[in-house]
Design a protein around this ligand. Structure first.
Ligand code: BGC
Ligand code: NOJ
Length: 854
């Protein structure tokens, strides 16, 4: 059986109908500070801002069975114990459904006349996960059920939680209030000013447990906790070991009756002066409060927790908060919508691709079921790419992200490769030296300005490496970023690769023979290296052109030459006022021209662009190579940048991609795959053939070639590549394995054991890149400094579509008609009834109707 669910476009949900999916199919709760990962069987965990430093509930990656641990409700009906999400008891259900929606998940199961439905979500601007459990008696008898909730606390730092047991098993501390709220206050009395809690808010619990061993039993597991099996809580008090939170409630339901129970799992931070609460001493004396601490002085100040618990103490309040979340998504998804005959494209554009862009914006590559949340924070290049797919949703957040990212840059333009979301400080474990990184700052910033028209961001004073006093304008960061490439050229006047470029696994300067060192962090022996990157060359030309265009635009603004007056009002910094943007644009253009020449002269292999030169100056990605003759990244970037378009290089390179890289499931990264270890190339040759960077279908770089196809004006080819990797087109869900509603980083390539098997779902630059590919390059609705450029490059079979696009204060309804079945080329544009010269429609405030004929 190859189907485990289906799309419900009307509700913007993916509906999973069989809990035994080929891999846990997850969703994300929360989109600001408090987050949860939740699988289709309610597995997963919560954290505040940073999955490493503020892990709230515990999760064990790579366990057996997979995906054990989560937010579980156990229902004991007579002698049978079951869970609404099937796991962990796996008691057969009479019905099961999991609906993953926009930042919420609803799991419904039924058994023997009882239906249990749980809605999980994080209310807007709230540091808590709300769980609304509805129990319904569909039988003809009175039912008395024993209900147990379950959450397991993580001891905050998810990394040490998994390794330092000689300490951990003695530190856990809890408090219990009225039996209904369980506080996790481990390490609170010392340096932490935060705690977590799990509350039943609309009823009084009939018991509780806080000690894992008591609740589950040393020889039991999540599927048969001994308290649940006995139908009786132990009212246990955790002292060290593993603190948990479980409520017990006896529920009687008449035939047809239903009852709602609201649980809130939250996080609180207190000021140092307000950490502890003397008032609680009296409550403790009255027996309302039970603490695992002897000293009353350490009772946590519960004021903020109480406020949230009170706020979500009624079903009406929870439903209203859920409605608010849905309204937020109505708004976010209304900035760009498409209508066409192709419902798969519509659902990707209108729902899932945009949703995934929000998720990658929030998490970069930190926390998924493939990213453990402890290894990687926010990536410099990753976050710059992610925000390009998200900026139209909430521009102000993209703006802040750009500033945060730029603040981790070094004065020479190099940058920390990653930073921690909690501290916003660069991550020393990985350091810097990835020579593509600086270019991405231009890429991200330009996308932000084109979306918003907000040039004032360039005036923002941004430090180097977060050092106070070192601030310069963001524009200066862009200038230095551009220069970083120019100042780091190799023997062929192509960019030196440094530690690596976009391909973290093409490690041309690492030469590692030591299995105990990580390719990612081992020494970068780039001194004296001749290793150059054609990927960076293409990226530099692409983003360099953006930089030049930006400089010219600023000069126009300064001279008041352009019509959109509001823009020039924004742009008023004195340092930038005196800067000569015209000569900067000229200087930059010369550097770009030189790079184009260098690529044509030293970067062309006859039928495609070379990939790189290695440490010694030998070619990588050439016919002359034994393996890895052609690589996708340089084809993508050099075609997007249009290098050699006039000489036929772009088309030739694209044809070579089709010939050597393409297969049924998408384009592989390189071909032929490496079959042995090449010390001079590093991690790329460590992977078995067909996986990851060694000839996997790295979905992230397929859109580069697709955009290249639009540069060559080949709409049919662009479309064919697009549909091959697009989730809505997945045919065999069993083979694809991971979620069929989002892009995954990698699909096993043609050389792998199971071509077409997906891996590493959710957190991938694929989301942002495919978003701009379909909306800007295929459908051709592209934000520019002045408005929107309309330039479709579509399959000839697409005869008509309409796009609703909100840009700044303007709202456009654009109808594109393609009566002659063309692939590109606009014949005429009529804006609000009047013909327009050229392809750009200005973003003047108000509603506009646009008719485009191809
Ligand atoms: C992976 C890359 C990733 C890198 C950085 C490598 O092991 O193959 O995809 O970018 O690690 O963490
Ligand atoms: C995943 C990383 O997050 C990204 O930064 C990198 O470019 C790709 N892998 C390719 O190695």
């Amino acid at each position: 059986m190859n189907t485990f669910g289906h799309f419900d476009d009307q509700h913007r949900e993916y509906v999973i109908t069989n809990p035994a999916t080929p891999f846990p199919w997850i969703n994300y709760l929360g989109n600001e500070d408090f987050f949860g990962l939740i699988s289709n069987t309610a597995g997963g965990y919560d954290f505040y801002k940073d999955a490493k430093f503020r892990r709230i509930t515990r999760y064990r990656y790579n366990g057996v069975p997979m995906d054990a641990g989560g937010r579980y409700f156990y229902i004991k009906d007579g002698e049978t114990v079951w869970n609404p999400g099937w796991k962990p008891c796996k008691t057969p259900l009479d019905s099961y459904e999991c609906r993953h929606g926009m930042n919420y998940t609803r799991i419904t199961g039924s058994r023997n006349g009882v239906e249990a439905s749980v809605l999980f979500f994080v209310p807007l601007h709230t540091w808590a996960e709300v769980q609304k459990l509805t129990l319904k008696n569909n039988s003809k008898e009175v039912k008395t059920l024993k209900l147990f909730s379950f959450a397991e606390w993580c001891l905050w730092n998810a990394a040490t939680d998994m390794e330092n047991f000689q300490r951990n098993w003695s530190t856990g501390e809890v408090e219990i209030e009225n039996g209904s709220t369980i506080y996790h206050k481990t390490e609170y009395k010392e340096r932490r000013n935060h705690y977590a809690y799990y509350a039943l808010t609309n009823a009084k619990a009939d018991g509780y447990d806080t000690d894992r061993e008591t609740f589950i039993g040393l020889y039991n597991d999540f599927s048969n906790p001994q308290c649940v099996m006995a139908g009786k809580p132990a009212n246990s008090l955790a002292h060290g070991w593993s603190p948990i939170a479980s409520h017990y409630k006896e529920v009687t339901l008449q035939p047809g009756e239903q009852k709602d129970f609201i649980f809130v799992l939250g996080y609180v931070e207190n000021e140092q002066e307000e950490k502890f609460c003397q008032v609680d001493i009296a409550r403790k004396q009255r027996g309302e409060l039970i603490s695992s601490q002897d000293s009353d002085v350490t009772l946590v100040n519960k004021k903020k927790a109480h406020a949230i618990i009170d706020r979500f103490a009624t079903v009406e309040a929870v439903d209203a908060a859920f409605q608010e979340l849905n309204s937020l998504w109505d708004g976010l998804l209304s900035k760009f919508t498409v209508k066409s005959d192709d419902e798969r494209m519509n659902r990707m554009v209108n729902i899932w691709n945009q949703y995934q862009c929000m998720i990658t914006f929030c998490f970069s590559r930190s926390a998924s079921f493939f990213e453990s949340g402890v290894g990687r924070g926010m990536g410099f290049r990753d976050s710059n790419q992610d925000l390009v797919g998200f900026v139209h949703q909430i521009p102000s957040r993209a703006r802040q992200r750009i500033i945060d990212i730029a603040s981790t840059q070094f004065p020479d333009g190099g940058c920390y490769h990653q930073y921690q979301p909690l501290t916003k400080r660069g991550n020393n474990d990985i350091g810097g030296g990835f020579n593509d990184d600086p270019c991405w700052l231009i890429f991200g910033t330009v996308a932000y300005i084109k979306e918003t028209g907000d040039f004032s961001i360039l005036d923002e004073q941004v430090p180097w490496d977060n050092q106070p006093g070192s601030e310069v304008s963001l524009f200066e960061h862009l200038r230095i970023s551009f220069n970083h490439v120019v100042e780091n050229l190799g023997p062929h006047m192509l960019p030196l690769i440094g530690r690596a470029d976009w391909n973290d696994c093409l490690n041309l300067n690492c030469f590692s023979w030591d299995p105990n060192e990580s390719f990612q962090t081992t020494e970068n022996n780039s001194v004296g290296s001749k290793a150059e990157s054609l990927m960076i060359a293409g990226l530099f030309v692409l983003t360099g052109k953006q930089y030049v265009e930006l400089c010219r635009k600023i000069e126009e603004l300064k001279n008041g030459k352009i019509e959109v007056e509001e823009l020039s009002k924004n742009f008023n910094s004195s340092t930038l006022q005196s800067f000569n943007f015209t000569s900067e644009a000229q200087r930059a253009q010369k550097c770009i021209d030189a790079m184009v020449e260098a690529v044509k002269k030293h970067g062309w292999d006859g039928d495609w662009y070379l990939r790189a030169y290695d440490f010694y100056g030998n070619k990588i990605g050439s016919k002359e190579c034994e393996e890895g003759k052609i690589f996708i990244e340089s084809q993508g970037f050099c075609t997007m940048a249009g290098i050699g378009l006039e000489d036929g290089m772009v088309e030739k390179a694209l044809d070579s991609c089709k010939k050597y890289l393409d297969c049924e499931h998408g384009m592989v990264l390189n071909n032929p795959a490496f079959t042995r270890y090449y010390v001079e190339m590093g991690e790329i040759s460590s992977y078995p053939a067909g996986y990851k960077e060694n000839a996997g279908i790295f979905c992230h770089n397929n859109p580069w070639v697709i955009i290249g196809e639009t540069v060559a004006r080949r709409g049919n080819d662009a479309w064919e590549h697009y549909t091959k990797i697009c989730p809505a087109w997945i045919k065999d869900q069993q083979l694809h394995k991971v979620e069929p509603y989002v892009y995954c980083q990698m699909v096993a390539g043609k050389d792998a054991a199971k071509p077409g098997e997906g891996k590493n779902s959710w957190l991938t630059g694929t989301a942002a890149w495919n978003w701009i590919t379909i909306t800007q390059y295929i459908l051709g609705i592209k934000p520019t400094y002045d408005g929107i450029e309309i330039d479709p490059c579509i399959p000839s079979t697409l005869k008509e579509y309409t796009v609703h696009r909100v840009l700044r204060d303007a709202e456009f309804d654009i109808t594109v008609k393609n009566p002659d079945g063309k692939e590109s080329g606009v014949k005429s544009i009529v804006l609000d009834g009047s013909p327009v010269e050229g392809c750009v429609i200005t973003a003047t405030p108000g509603k506009h109707t646009v008719e485009v004929i191809m």
